[in-house]
Design a protein around this ligand. Structure first.
Ligand SMILES: [Fe+2]
Length: 249
């Protein structure tokens, strides 16, 4: 029996301190029991250490994102495009030993009662994007899920996959700002979007609040001072494309 709780889920903060602080303010006023990060707390953004030290200070458990797995094992560098690869050493040099230690402890998946948390895809891939799975592969994946609800990030886009295990039917639904009611008896993959590098044509930070008792999912769009983040990216000498993405989104 699952203990009823209110949960905040955040993903892909990507070293964006301004976005993360704005989201933490909303989490505080929502009065949640737990917050979970779906990984990629670092990468692209100019404040990897400030973000990681907030993650540590607030004791937010996180799964391992693809941008963190390279801190753990350099062999995964080959999976990144040359532009991102260039920044990995730069970003690692900005991290404290405590943050590097914390990142090395991140698991590939977390399970709390009937909920699973991953970066990319269930069961525990930090690399595979949800959109890379064809329909039959996704159906198999959701049929095998040992929890009814899985939160995933990595795509920086919001979305909902609904699987009916009785009729073996899969439905994809858009996930926008506001309240969404999930139904018992179905399985869900909830794509949480991104706090600090959204790619859903809306530049606000994305925050999910989930009530495990009523199965109510609330998607919040949290505005923040993105111009400060853009200025910091430029000052740090990071790729202009990382700054442009924040302005365009
Ligand atoms: Fe990411």
């Amino acid at each position: 029996m699952m203990a009823i709780m209110k949960l905040a889920v955040i993903s892909d903060i990507h070293g964006n301190l301004e976005a993360f602080e704005a989201v933490l303010g909303k989490i505080e006023s929502a009065g949640v029991d737990r917050t979970v990060s779906l990984g990629d707390n670092i990468g692209y953004g100019p404040d990897p250490e400030a973000v990681m030290s907030l993650i540590r200070r607030h004791r937010i458990p996180s799964v391992l994102g693809n941008h963190e797995i390279v801190i753990k094992d350099r062999r995964f560098l080959k999976w990144f495009n040359p532009e991102v690869r260039k920044h990995v050493n730069l970003i690692q040099a900005m991290l404290s030993d405590d943050s590097i230690h914390a990142i090395r402890q991140f698991p590939r998946a977390l399970v709390i009662d009937n909920l699973r948390f991953v970066h990319g895809c269930p069961e525990e891939s930090p690399f595979l994007y949800l959109f890379q799975m064809g329909e039959s592969r996704m159906k198999n994946c959701m049929a095998r899920m040992t929890q009814d609800i899985c939160f995933a990030g990595h795509t920086h886009d919001l979305g909902l996959k609904v699987y009916d295990p009785v009729h073996e039917r899969l439905e994809e639904k858009p996930l926008g700002k506001g309240i969404h009611l999930l139904e018992p008896g179905f399985r869900y993959i909830i794509n949480a979007g991104s706090v600090g590098q959204p790619r859903d044509r809306n530049r606000d930070a994305k925050l999910l609040l989930f009530d495990t008792g009523s199965l109510t999912l609330e998607v919040q769009y949290v505005p923040y001072d993105y111009q400060t983040t853009v200025a910091k990216i430029r000052r740090a000498g990071f790729s202009e494309s990382f700054a442009e993405k924040l302005m365009k989104s």
